[in-house]
Design a protein around this ligand. Structure first.
Ligand SMILES: *Cc1c(COP(=O)(O)O)cnc(C)c1O
Length: 339
């Protein structure tokens, strides 16, 4: 076993042994290559650098109590990665190539998969960039698909404890008919100023409003938002929200445990009616939200000091499935054998 302090891993970059790469040239994908360098060499006029042709995915491999290594709903990540590619005119990565790259990257770095029970996992970052040169605004003709992995601890230092978020009116993450529904770097660039400001003002994350009317709850920084009341799980529906695989799974689990599920526009006024609120995504699964502060009106929405009972139940169920302790009735996990 590697001499790594698994229990205190941050959610950050940690060098592993290999990454996996594949190039798209002359209209077709080449062979997968394993590489030990952390650097890439691309043309200085690559479209990724000038016109934002870049999309990524975020997933995890989990070591279960039974010792097996599981991926969670990788097909959904593969499809979303294709949607992202198509949404900014990049060559989409075929599903089989996506899986082959992930499997290879996980296998070749198996010694970095955190042991069960450390609150850590192996984060997997697939990346697709326009690597070919253009000076006029046009899509590239060459692409680089790569996958690197890095062992990570909890996304928020709070772990599964409530975080405080700042509701902002003066910034949008994505335009109403823009790219909010796909996982492209440009959306993140647009969120850096309000997110950094929120951090400086003492918050873990920002909560955006819809860009058009400023009346509805949109994305919770890099995660989806949800609220729970009257035995109902409510999550916003909007073209600018990234379709989170975690959120989709939570909706299913919520239904399984007898909740109603509503995906619909969530007016700002409704915030005060929720019994539990949280943010969800692969990185944290669920981050319960303890307090939302409206930066403009100064209104404070206060929730529990502890995570609510339904959020806790859903969190434990989802985590249990990912770690092989709760029966995977929806066939969401894929075991990578022999590591
Ligand atoms: C990746 C991402 C999420 C979470 O999606 P998961 O599939 O659950 O990891 C939510 N919002 C944004 C903006 C994202 O980029």
């Amino acid at each position: 076993m590697e001499n790594i302090d698994w229990k205190n891993l941050p959610f950050g970059y940690f060098k592993t042994d290999y990454n996996v790469r594949c190039y798209y040239r002359n209209g077709k994908w080449g062979e997968l290559e394993a590489c030990s360098s952390e650097y890439i060499s691309i043309h200085m006029a690559a479209t990724a650098l000038h016109y934002g042709q870049e999309a990524f995915e975020g997933m995890k491999a989990y070591r279960g109590k039974d010792g097996k290594v599981r991926l969670f709903r990788w097909v959904d990540n593969a499809r979303r990665f294709q949607d992202s590619a198509n949404g900014i005119m990049m060559a989409p990565v075929p599903e089989e190539l996506f899986f082959a790259a992930i499997e290879k990257a996980v296998r070749m770095n198996a010694r970095f998969i955190p042991p069960y029970g450390m609150g850590a996992s192996l984060y997997i970052r697939p990346l697709l960039i326009g690597s070919g040169p253009q000076v006029g605004v046009r899509p590239a003709t060459e692409y680089l698909f790569m996958v690197f992995v890095t062992p990570v601890g909890p996304y928020f230092k709070e772990g599964f404890n409530p975080v405080n978020v700042e509701l902002v009116h003066d910034y949008d993450r994505a335009a109403p008919q823009g790219t909010g529904h796909i996982k492209v770097g440009g959306n993140y660039a647009a969120s850096l100023v309000p997110a950094s400001r929120a951090a400086a003002e003492g918050y873990s994350s920002v909560l955006f409003l819809d860009a058009k009317e400023k009346k509805y709850i949109d994305e919770a920084g890099p995660a989806n938002f949800f609220g729970i009341k009257n035995n109902t799980y409510v999550t916003p529906k909007s073209h600018t929200i990234l379709p989170s695989i975690t959120n989709k799974s939570i909706e299913t689990i919520a239904t399984d445990i007898g909740l109603k599920v509503e995906r619909r526009p969530v007016p700002l006024d409704e915030l005060e009616t929720f019994e539990e609120v949280g943010a969800c995504g692969t990185a944290a699964i669920i981050s319960p939200i303890g307090k939302i502060v409206d930066r403009e009106t100064k209104k404070v929405y206060q929730y529990g000091e502890q995570s609510g009972p339904i959020s806790t139940k859903i969190y434990q169920t989802l985590r249990g499935i990912q770690e092989g302790e709760v029966k995977d009735i929806h066939d969401w996990t894929t075991v990578i054998e022999g590591i």
